[in-house]
Design a protein around this ligand. Structure first.
Ligand SMILES: N=CN[C@@H](CCC(=O)O)C(=O)O
Ligand SMILES: [Zn+2]
Length: 417
């Protein structure tokens, strides 16, 4: 089955030669083809080019074009890749939202049994079916907002049984959606209340029971730890990542959100695919990341929602590093998976150029999910996950019109939704 999109005002993030990621000064470069066409065959990108070079498909023998979309005035983007979410959860947490407005810090809320532990209580009470239904609804929402691949973490279970429950829900989501999903096991998200004062024993539980069972059921692609002040130490993170590695689970961790935690360094030590949050990054952290294969990933939604300092994104890019952006969709610190809004936050709060932010939400965030060979750009042979915008004057208009829904048509795996 073939789908042709013609008269595209601009085909965005075109890739002639495969790249691992885009780094440093190159992040400001975005390869676009104006007045272009895109041919999709089954679930893959088959061809693209300038309209003046488009083959005369009508006259080609045996060419079974099923649909043609005339995209005059509209642009085509590769779908967003959202490499950090916690979108399987039970219940919202708007009460804490009010506490935050009153001035309580993230750590204070966590200490009062709110935060992650609040979600863990609700997770325990929810059935697999309820979790699945609610998460599927969130997936539909992010699909409509242009996301084509998403990483989803466990981490609200905090017991063997409930962590496995979350991961089984993610597995079912994977099997029943056109989105590409990666599962990340985050048993070490917080210490559950019944292990209060016995953090070491909880770490032992993660290592000796959770990891082997997660691996045995093949429920996770990655392993995560919240390595930060008040959560898990560098030593604990080291032990957990080491154990995960033995089961083939590559690290993708939470680091340096609340302090210079050492999380970045321990992540790089284990060749983490990404280290995420990164509000606290100095010269030592940048030096650790330089020359590594770890993608620094920034979560502007959480920093915005929690009113935190912004990660020094410009400093990282000036040092030649790549940067990825993700939504951190979760009930506590970022209750939105709107990647177009993440583009806007990146431009406004982090002074990223629109081109830099688009690279960070497509090819670089694809890398942060291990998907750079399949998604994240318009390239022949990649999965045909794209969206067509409404009529817009320029690429810059995407982050500029921060409150407008500019996504008109979503195509996932070659299927128009
Ligand atoms: N920082 C740690 N974990 C989540 C927060 C989850 C929550 O508050 O429920 C995050 O990525 O922001
Ligand atoms: Zn997170």
């Amino acid at each position: 089955m073939k789908l042709l999109i013609s008269n595209i005002k601009s085909l965005v993030q075109v890739e002639e030669t495969p790249r691992m990621w885009v780094a440093g000064a190159d992040m400001a470069k975005l390869n676009c083809l104006d007045n272009a066409y895109l041919l999709i065959e089954d679930d893959k990108i088959a061809d693209f080019g300038k309209m003046e070079d488009m083959p005369n498909y009508d006259e080609m023998e045996g060419f079974d074009l099923v649909e043609e979309i005339d995209a005059t005035g509209r642009m085509v983007f590769p779908s967003f890749c959202d490499s950090h979410t916690h979108l399987v959860y039970a219940g919202s947490r708007e009460i804490e939202y009010t506490d935050k407005i009153k001035g309580l810090s993230y750590e204070e809320i966590a200490k009062r049994g709110g935060g992650i532990l609040n979600s863990a209580k609700r997770m325990h009470d929810a059935s697999e079916e309820e979790l699945y239904e609610a998460a599927m609804e969130r997936l539909h929402e992010i699909i409509s907002m242009g996301t084509g691949a998403v990483e989803i973490k466990s981490g609200y279970g905090l017991s063997v049984e409930d962590e496995l429950k979350m991961l089984r829900v993610i597995k079912r989501l994977k099997e029943n959606t056109p989105l590409t999903i990666k599962a990340n096991f985050l048993g070490a998200h917080a210490v559950p209340s019944d292990y209060k004062g016995r953090q070491g024993e909880y770490v032992d539980l993660v290592i000796n029971e959770m990891i082997p069972q997660v691996a045995a059921e093949e429920l996770a692609d990655y392993i995560d730890v919240f390595c930060d002040k008040g959560f898990f130490t560098v030593e604990e993170t080291d032990r957990i990542l080491n154990a995960g590695m033995k089961y083939g689970l590559r690290a993708k961790i939470h680091a340096n959100e609340l302090d210079y935690s050492g999380g970045i360094q321990v992540g790089v030590k284990y060749n983490a695919l990404s280290v995420d949050h990164l509000e606290y990054v100095g010269d030592a952290e940048i030096a650790a990341l330089k020359g590594s294969e770890t993608m620094p990933t920034v979560l502007p939604g959480a920093a915005f929602f929690l009113n935190m300092v912004c990660s020094p994104v410009r400093k990282m890019m000036d040092a030649g590093l790549p940067v990825a952006l993700a939504s951190d969709f979760n009930p506590g610190s970022s209750p939105s998976g709107n990647m177009k809004f993440i583009l806007s936050l990146a431009c406004i709060n982090y002074k990223m150029l629109p081109q830099e932010a688009i690279n960070a939400t497509t090819i670089n965030s694809a890398y942060a999910m291990g998907l750079q060979e399949e998604l994240g750009s318009i390239a022949k042979g990649k999965i045909a996950n794209v969206f067509i915008t409404k009529e817009i004057p320029s690429i810059e208009y995407m982050p500029y019109a921060y409150g407008s829904n500019l996504i008109d048509v979503v195509i996932l795996r070659g299927q128009r939704l």
